[in-house]
Design a protein around this ligand. Structure first.
Ligand SMILES: [Ca+2]
Ligand SMILES: [Ca+2]
Length: 475
């Protein structure tokens, strides 16, 4: 508190010097601090005149911005009373401006205790603060940094000194950007990115949830149930070569992997490892592995539905995400007690999501029925499981939209914003190491919207846009 009288004295002195001014008003600091009582400039002190002035009465850029809003048109000089009345509104009017051009708004600078009229004063923990000040390159998109990062992220190695020199020798930023696009495309063709156990496969792990001991085919386990490499193949197919990324939930075909360097994924009408008939296929939602592992022995495959909802749409019902309660649900056809208050809230969404799975068989009945679409599956294999089970409809509801089949479920899901967001979020987390932060939100939203509108559901051009974002390219 010992600071207070001293600073007031200093301030009064300056004010006296400026007494001829119509602007450097003694009430200014008091009014300012009444409006922003928690501003660091007001806590235990009062703002220095330099907050608004170069040297009173000459205003700095912040002071000048305010002045334009103080009783505009009224004859000068204003009385102290008129001035005090008009100042709070004027301050409010310039809060969202960045008067000194350091990329931090006046209000944030006031709240954070930096000077809104001085471009060399700004919070150091805000991305892009400092603007084009050459001392602070932290927030500038840096082509050299991006080149290094693209090679590391998409090709799996850092550029050599020679490569770096070749890149630096490119005469213009435009040439460098074109070069980067070429390098990105080259890396997207490597096995590091798209091959077996490559980056794309790792993106797919939490969706497919492989279990080595249950794997059939290549790399077979002790209890071979299904070959989930087919699921990886369709995922990688959907995310490469300008294929429609929605195929992962909508394909009525399969993808076959062949070769190495490059690894090639080809659409095929059938595979010996897959047994759902074509009209009932919905990409990775209906593979042998999904049905074996997520449907398994259950009558009503809630686990399969909630896994697809979480894995491909980013919505975890257990965390109260993606709740779209359907009226008069859950009906509890399988008598699991889901109408209990603690369960009903989630199951009013989850159960109608699960009904379209009713005829997709996991590991029930004879082995030649495993992983198949079996009409009347509940009636055939679960006849002794309660009187109402057979009443379970095949039609369901996703995002408040009624669907008559799982293939329709996949269509609605794949066309949703949730799918776009989840798809881009996967890449964002992979390439930036964290989910989109608040200050990155504008670029993130632009990206997932562009995946649909500009890029027509193709991942490759979306990635080209991603590496041009500030979030990706600023060290
Ligand atoms: Ca500023
Ligand atoms: Ca500033």
């Amino acid at each position: 508190m010992s600071q207070l009288p001293q600073s007031i004295g200093k301030w009064l002195g300056l004010m006296l010097l400026a007494s001829a001014s119509a602007w450097a008003k003694p009430p200014a600091t008091a009014v300012f601090c009444a409006k922003y009582p928690t501003a660091p400039a007001c806590v235990g002190t009062l703002p220095a005149c330099t907050y608004c002035h170069v040297a009173a009465p000459q205003r700095n850029v912040f002071g000048a911005a305010i002045e334009a809003w103080v009783a505009p048109g009224a004859p000068r000089p204003l009385s102290d009373g008129d001035f005090s009345m008009a100042l709070p509104g004027a301050l409010g009017s310039v809060e969202s401006l960045d008067s000194d051009g350091d990329n931090v708004s006046n209000l944030v600078e006031i709240q954070r205790g930096t000077l809104p009229g001085d471009p060399n004063s700004f919070p150091t923990d805000i991305p892009c603060a400092g603007g084009s000040n050459p001392q602070f390159k932290v927030c500038q998109y840096d082509l050299r940094y991006v080149y290094r990062k693209v090679l590391l992220d998409f090709c799996g190695f850092s550029p050599t000194y020679g490569m770096m020199r070749t890149f630096q020798a490119l005469a213009t930023d435009d040439l460098k950007r074109t070069y980067l696009d070429g390098e990105l495309d080259r890396c997207l063709g490597t096995d590091f990115w798209r091959g077996k156990n490559g980056v794309l496969w790792k993106l797919a792990h939490p969706k497919i949830r492989p279990v080595g001991s249950l794997k059939s085919g290549e790399d077979q386990g002790q209890i071979p149930l299904a070959d989930y490499y087919d699921d990886y193949a369709l995922f990688a197919y959907s995310h490469t070569d300008d294929h429609d990324v929605r195929s992962v939930l909508t394909a009525d075909f399969f993808a076959q992997r062949s070769g190495t360097n490059p690894t090639v994924y080809t659409a095929v009408p059938s595979l010996p490892t897959q047994v759902v008939d074509q009209p009932h296929r919905a990409g990775n939602m209906t593979t042998s592995w999904t049905l074996a592992y997520f449907v398994m022995f259950t009558a009503l495959p809630r686990n399969a539905a909630s896994q697809m909802y979480r894995a491909y749409l980013g919505l975890d019902i257990a965390k109260q995400e993606g709740i779209y309660s359907v009226a008069n649900e859950p009906r509890d056809y399988d008598a699991k007690g889901v109408q209990a208050p603690a369960c009903a809230a989630c199951h009013a969404t989850l159960d109608p999501l699960s009904y379209p799975y009713r005829n997709y068989n996991g590991l029930t009945g004879p082995t030649n029925q495993f992983g198949r679409y079996v009409p009347n599956r509940l009636e055939t294999f679960f006849a002794n499981q309660g009187p109402t089970l057979a009443m379970t409809p095949e039609s369901g509801v996703i995002f408040n939209q009624p669907v008559s089949s799982l293939t329709q479920w996949g269509q609605v899901a794949a066309n949703s914003d949730a799918f776009l967001r989840a798809t881009v979020t996967d890449y964002w987390k992979l390439l930036l190491g964290h989910p989109p932060q608040p200050e990155e939100n504008a670029e993130f939203v632009a990206l997932w919207q562009a995946l649909k509108t500009t890029h027509n559901y193709r991942v490759r051009p979306m990635l080209h846009q991603l590496i041009r974002t500030e979030a990706y390219g600023a060290p």
